[in-house]
Design a protein around this ligand. Structure first.
Ligand code: CO
Length: 247
């Protein structure tokens, strides 16, 4: 199967790099103590103006509709800005974000997003993207269980921690904490891809067309800006076929 990241990224950069680069280079680092909401609105006006200078049709094109290249399910963390790190612009990425990029079976919010992406927008790829230094994953690994809604939510990510603990065994205690968290971040992505594959919407879609949507697991490294692929669509399809052949 053709694995299309290279082609996709090149096309995307061609179309979007200039306006994004211009907008970002004029943007000072944000500081919520000195930056008011009015400052943000001013930034919006400057951004819109900058886009129009580079491409007068930039906004009018979007009125006709959207045809995003993929569905991104990522963490709410403010440092993991999906479109920006893919160098994409409006219309290119359909996005859902929550704490620790979790796919929960009983979450009608994410279910509605996935249904719209798959059945209406017909996105060919769905990416679960976690990130290193994820506060949600760290909280899920903490000895003391986080209380409230966050604690309840992170119970799901807790399963990733258990798988990692089982796999590492005694090695866990000799491992630097950061490295351990990286293992759990990656495992959490794999776990959520698995959850995604169990949803009826995805299974129904595969009945119609076994090659779409392709599911992918990525981890974004906030210290380098680079994405690590921990599971690509092809690997996953093979795994599903193996599982099916056992039954
Ligand atoms: Co996070």
């Amino acid at each position: 199967m053709d694995f299309p990241y290279g082609k996709f990224m090149l096309q995307t950069i061609d179309r979007c790099a200039a306006p994004l680069a211009q907008a970002c280079s004029s943007t000072p680092s944000s500081d919520r103590n000195t930056m008011s909401v009015n400052d943000l609105l001013q930034r919006n006006r400057e951004w819109a103006e900058a886009q129009l200078k580079v491409d007068p049709e930039y906004f009018s094109r979007h009125v006709e509709g959207q045809k995003p290249r993929l569905l991104w399910i990522g963490c709410s963390d403010s440092r993991v800005a999906a479109e920006q790190l893919l160098n994409c612009g409006p219309g290119e990425v359909f996005i859902h974000r929550n704490v620790a990029n979790v796919v929960a079976y009983n979450d009608i919010n994410i279910a509605a997003v996935i249904q719209y992406a798959v059945e209406v927008l017909k996105v060919p790829d769905i990416v679960i993207c976690g990130h290193y230094e994820c506060g949600g994953v760290k909280a899920a690994c903490a000895k003391e269980v986080t209380t409230g809604y966050i604690g309840d939510w992170l119970m799901i990510t807790g399963w990733a921690k258990r798988w990692v603990d089982d796999r590492l065994g005694w090695r866990k205690d000799r491992m630097p904490k950061d490295e351990y968290y990286r293992h759990v971040v990656e495992e959490n992505v794999l776990l959520q891809v698995k959850h995604l594959s169990h949803l009826s919407m995805i299974r129904e879609a595969w009945k119609r067309d076994p090659s779409s949507p392709r599911l992918h697991g990525w981890v974004y490294d906030i210290s380098t800006g680079l994405i690590k692929v921990v599971m690509d669509g092809m690997e996953f399809e093979n795994e599903v076929k193996e599982e099916e052949s056992k039954h």
